[in-house]
Design a protein around this ligand. Sequence first.
Ligand code: ARG
Ligand code: ZN
Length: 871
Amino acid sequence: QTIYLKDYAPTPYRIVSVELDFRILEDSTRVRAQLTIEPREGTAPGTALVLDGDDLKLDGIAIDGAPLMLSAYLADATSLTLIEPPHRRFVLDTEVTLDPAANTKLMGLYRSSGTWCTQCEPEGFRRITYYLDRPDVLAPFTVRMTAPLAIAPVLLANGNPIDRGDAGDGMHYAVWHDPFPKPAYLFALVAGDLGSTTDSFTTTSGRKIDLAIYCTHGKEGECHHAMDSLKRSMAWDERRFGREYDLDIFNIVAVSDFNFGAMENKGLNIFNDKLVFAQPETATDANYHSIERVIAHEYFHNWTGNRITCRDWFQLCLKEGLTVYRDQEFSSDEHSRPVQRIHDVQNLRTNQFPEDGGPLAHPPRPDHYREINNFYTTTVYEKGAEIVRMLATLLGEADFRKGMDLYFERHDGEATTIEAFVKVFEDATGTDLGQFITWYLQAGTPQVTASDRYDADSQTYTLTLTQKVDPTPGQPDKQPLLIPVRFGLLGPNGSETSWTAISGATVRDDLILLDRDSVTLTFSGIANRPVPSLFRGFSAPVKLASGLSQDDLLFLARHDSDPFNRWDALQTVSTHLIAEASAGRRWSAGDTDALRSAVVDTLENSDLDPAFKAQAIAIPGVSAIGRHIGKDVDPDAIAKARLDLLSELAGPIAEKLAALYTALAIAEPYSPDAAQAGRRALRNGLMHLLVAGAGRGDVAAAQYESATNMTDRYAAMAISAHYWTEQAPALLGDFRTRFAGDPLVFDKWLMASAQAPDDGAIERMRAILAAPDFPRTNPNRLRSLLGSFVMSGSPQFTRADGAGFRFVAEAVAEIDKVNPQVASRILTGFRILPMLEAGRREAGRSALEALKSQHSLSRNVGEILDRILAV
Ligand code: ARG
Ligand code: ZN
């Protein structure tokens, strides 16, 4: 059954306050809830009160202390209805018993390696007690926990600890109170035997906040990077947005079974442990970076998500898009802004563009869903962040900040909407954003086409930009968007060209407002034909067909003052060459010579930083090129053309690459800082070219042996596996035994194994999954193997004989019985089917049809299947 935004209505009753009492025992947990409830103004006497439940069994029920007659309520697994509640404030008292150890869905209260923990967003709280489980019902919570002291000495919940003590019989208790009214999805509780790392942070106004990160005993030493990231996040939110933390204590708990990255529960963030633990021997630079980013993200939710939350789940992007924008800005301020931007755009193009251009396309603010868990998507998160970024671009930094200030002032304590968010910027700056809001409501990536003409006689330059959005499921007709195009015109010597006048469209400084299907601008006073640099810094999430020749693109790659476009120009050139060659139109030697010399110039340019160079010399992957081609894609043909290009680029300069590689070795002890990580990234990029283009599997094998940190060791193994070098099987074998017993490193082995392109790959993966000790209920393990198999463009997933599709579909059917969220996430990998050539498309469809014929699929998997099969 489908839920529609247009059906939104507030609940007839409000929850005034919540008291929860958890009695946690080894084999079951009893939950007593005392909810103070009252009718809202306008609610007619006798209106039924319907509370949500999921998999609950009611043990007892009373109102104001008096047990209810059987005729006064209806209770089943998914709801509790009070047929005629009192027409005044009353206390509803219910009791249920839970079995956290059996909760493999990892929503609600569950056990992870012995620790009791919770995940409630979006609809997990109803698996703990009957409740109005929706984000617009806010209440202060008081939580009492009683548990065996021996196995659960640590008892945590939201807010501040107000009492604790002995409860007799080896039990103890703790009471926590959270004064900030919150929706149930922000509830959290943790009970277990945990170690901790502690610190403190003093806010600008002088309040001292106690910080702690809890984890399995023995891992405390691996939490320092997370703690440091937290303190820097707290300082940054004060500096950049004027936001101080509001409680006296902030706790983070790392758990090893978690459905996604982390959760922003008020004052008690719960994290997937892979986003907390780091030490140089087992975590990569990329891991360090994600830890910092996600710690920041969850912390920033305290204001954008918790103090101001969502009215309903259609508004998810209100908190997620905005908070991703904030974490991206944090990373940019803490490290290199251009490198961060390239990183974020690459992520958007790799993950969001295929979603937006395929059967799972939906607006950042959807208007219907069957299963809300299927809408925690890259469109809501990353495209949502791009929309906020465009707002900042359009308004300018100062006015954007004014709007944000008004947002915090006007909506603090509320559950609100995208419309209200956009309105604060209108009100704070007097700007009409009526057209801008369409970005939230319309799915699909706009395609912008540029064409230009230079007239030497009149010294005028004319630039035409047109926009078009293809139909997406349920949205056949599209409106023109307001697209900010940051631009410059490069003169013959590579510097910016100035002009005397512009006509034809709105231009503000270096920003063109493309607000119709097509705009044409005429620049006068231009002495020479310029090369346009469009969408600098990727000023809008669009696909650009610039119409530029390879010469012009390589000119931009050398001279553009905008680092993003320098990088993008190189990517565009290699994408074109590979795409054309895969269709039988092979490049000329001149094309590859020119590209190679631009790459060499980039490598030798001492003004560019190594992290940027690493990004610039990377050759786009098979899936990126497939997306560029867009239809009737044959991944094997692309892979072959890509390897050819790599050989032509790297072969003739192999010695130079090897010399640069050697010179970049780092003698100092490992540090994850941007400078060192940048050098490592460049060195590993060079290794990549040597392995892929110059047959130097030995370089990777030697690096694997001599590596003193995981970044270098993992890169060596993963690249060897990816190109299936002679040494690859031995490296994989060594890695597995060398790090046996560390689950997060096992994940790296699973990811590298999933990339192997050889025909034995699927059999090996089947064997891994079937091994008796494979932890088949752990999301990290499953995602590392199957998630990376479907998402990383392995040629084995898209095998022409369909074996890859069948393997994944069968695995999804099994996983669905244990954890529907993990299953449906893996299944989304099939969204590429419509763009594949007919044979593979049909093979993929029949694997999905077979999956669909299974009975009792979850709503999560059922919805994704239907949406993919509908196209
Ligand atoms: N709010 C969390 C975050 O962005 C993620 C919750 C994800 N929930 C889900 N059902 N996928 O940090
Ligand atoms: Zn978030």
